[in-house]
Ligand binder design. Structure first.
Ligand SMILES: Nc1ncnc2c1ncn2[C@@H]1O[C@H](COP(=O)(O)OP(=O)(O)OP(=O)(O)O)[C@@H](O)[C@H]1O
Ligand SMILES: [Mg+2]
Length: 381
């Protein structure tokens, strides 16, 4: 009789197989866990990391096969339908909960929730008709930022309108049956992020405030520590934690913030999952955002989010062309010292697609930034 091979360690079910699911899996595997992925289509990112189920992730038959043997189910994106797993009536815990995701998925509901919780957000209005949007923009003054309610990422789904004509065109591109979200344009001095890891019991840790730099509405680089005033940092952390508690985020939740000239802080938006602005934590913190996500959803003790290096800078590697990936330039980039190169295993590249990132660590931000930019620019995917 053959021996039953089992594992005394938890199996994590991850809905989604992009870079976030991949890096969650890498952290979990290091702690002796097993991974099951469920993806609508295979894209290469989960290769070698556990079992991958490919199928319709709203189909109960597919879901039942996926959850078989899982101890907990999580998502790598707010769009993954965790409610479909909850609706199976299983006793397997699902985090973040669908109730959290439904407060975050719709940008109008999200902003309203944060405002009602007393958190500082930019002035905004949920406009169900073009006339309402026009009235709001004229009242608050142009420019305004028009945002599609659902399905946006990396700035797709946003438009800055400087005039009535631009507002009209933004409305026609972005409005759904409920209209659009219209926000006052915020003259921020910096964009910051705060990451919070939280257990179902409400234990939590907060990561150092990170400075995040966008190019074309897309995250380009992230630096820690930030050079902001101590009092501003403390306020950012308080507001970040308040925002995560307002949606009952479990596992890792990221809070994108604006810092204004007078040092005040506004919440831009939340992401109920590990975030691009926390990738630096793999090399730079005692416990990475991915490991603390896994610990949080398991209700295990959270690890220290503190920096174990003086400085770290992460730079994203975006796709340059549309084709199969080639690795020559990746090998070249490995010649830069003090830099860790992360490639996400996506088989196909597209212009601006997130293909990987690099993190450099060291003593001064200027030096570390230079190394990270150099290594990232060497990689042409
Ligand atoms: N009200 C605003 N005023 C000024 N700039 C804004 C405003 N809202 C958004 N932005 C800019 O656009 C970027 C993207 O906006 P937002 O976070 O809403 O979009 P997204 O597509 O959900 O983003 P991502 O997936 O990159 O986080 C912000 O990081 C910021 O640089
Ligand atoms: Mg954003």
């Amino acid at each position: 009789m053959s021996e039953v091979i089992g594992t005394p360690f938890p199996t994590i079910g991850i809905m989604g197989g992009g870079q976030l699911g991949r890096m969650m899996a890498l952290a979990a595997i290091r702690m002796g866990m097993a991974i099951k992925f469920l993806v609508p289509k295979q894209t290469g990112g989960t290769m070698g990391l556990g079992t991958t189920h490919v199928g319709d992730w709203t189909d109960p038959a597919v879901l039942n096969e996926f959850i078989d043997g899982c101890d907990v189910v999580t998502v790598e994106s707010e769009w993954a339908p965790i409610e479909a797993v909850e609706n199976l009536g299983t006793s397997i815990p699902c985090y973040p909960r669908s109730s959290t995701l439904s407060l975050i998925r719709d940008k109008g509901v999200q902003k309203t929730t944060l405002k009602e919780a007393g958190l500082p957000v930019p002035p905004f209005a949920c406009c169900s008709s073009y006339t309402e949007a026009l009235e709001y923009a004229q009242g608050s003054g142009f420019p305004v930022v028009v945002k599609r309610y659902k399905g946006s990422y990396d700035g797709y789904g946003n438009a800055t309108a400087h005039s009535v004509e631009e507002l009209k065109s933004a409305w026609s591109q972005l409005a759904d049956d409920n209209g659009v979200l219209v926000e006052a344009w915020v003259p921020f001095t910096r964009e910051l992020s705060v990451l919070v890891a939280r257990t179902p019991e409400g234990d939590h840790v907060t990561y150092p405030v990170a400075y995040t730099e966008q190019k074309d509405h897309r995250c380009h680089a992230v630096e820690v520590p930030t050079v902001i005033a101590k009092a501003t940092e403390q306020k950012a952390v308080e507001i970040g934690l308040g925002a995560v508690e307002a949606v009952d985020g479990i596992g890792l939740t990221a809070v994108e913030l604006f810092e204004l000239e007078d040092g005040s802080i506004l919440v831009n938006e939340l992401a109920p999952r590990p975030h691009n602005t926390g990738h630096y934590s793999i090399e730079a913190c005692f416990t990475s955002q991915f490991e603390n996500h896994i610990r949080g959803i398991l209700n295990w003790p959270l690890g220290s989010p503190q920096l174990r290096v003086p400085c770290a800078v992460m730079v994203n590697i975006l796709g340059h062309r549309s084709q199969q990936v080639e690795s020559d330039s990746v090998r070249e980039s490995l010649k830069t010292d003090d830099v860790s190169v992360h490639i996400y295993g996506k088989e196909e590249t597209r212009p601006k697609r997130k293909m990987g990132h690099v993190t450099a660590t060291g003593d001064t931000l200027t030096d570390v930034r230079q190394k990270a930019e150099l290594a990232a620019s060497t990689i042409i995917l």
